[in-house]
Design a protein around this ligand. Structure first.
Ligand SMILES: Cc1cc2nc3c(=O)[nH]c(=O)nc-3n(C[C@H](O)[C@H](O)[C@H](O)COP(=O)(O)O)c2cc1C
Length: 143
């Protein structure tokens, strides 16, 4: 799902986002069953009734993986326009063989991610994970 050697600042951001997300879902950092609980929540699509699976042809390169990310962002925005919410989950790639068998995807296709889709549950506190400061991620030239 991620490079073997995920370095700073990416690793720090990833860890911070995971900590925020799973603490909000009441899975404490020192819970010995944390990995299993996280896997279970993900596998249940966080309670969403629908999961979309996005595949790319195995021959595609980095540019086309970027295209797929842009495409999925549009899908997620269109879902919002219909009043739905969604959550991309790369975790499904850990179970890619089972997913491919279930959806009938052949070997020429690589699973990118799943996207859980559903209506927001009323009364659940909103969680928005932190974002890196724009000065860390964007360089403005000529200002
Ligand atoms: C491609 C992609 C894959 C992701 N995979 C997972 C995942 O497997 N499990 C998970 O809990 N969050 C995953 N996330 C993070 C969440 O889907 C979500 O983007 C993040 O929690 C921010 O949510 P927010 O905008 O509501 O704060 C992934 C995000 C992206 C863009």
């Amino acid at each position: 799902m991620y490079p073997d050697e995920l370095t700073s600042p990416y690793l720090d951001r990833f860890s911070a986002a995971a900590a925020q997300r799973y603490e909000a879902l009441r899975i404490e950092r020192d819970d010995p069953d944390r990995p299993q609980k996280i896997a279970a929540l993900n596998s249940e699509a966080f309670g969403a009734p629908v999961v979309l699976f996005c595949y790319l042809d195995r021959t595609m390169g980095p540019g086309q993986w970027g295209d797929a990310g842009m495409y999925l962002q549009t899908v997620m925005l269109l879902l919002r326009a219909e009043g739905l919410h969604s959550c991309p989950q790369v975790m499904w790639t850990m179970y890619r063989k089972t997913v491919s068998r279930t959806v009938g995807a052949d070997d020429e296709l690589v699973l990118f991610c799943g996207i859980s889709v559903g209506f927001e549950k009323e009364g659940v506190p909103r969680l928005r994970t932190g974002r890196a400061d724009m000065t860390e991620t964007v360089t403005f030239i000529g200002l």
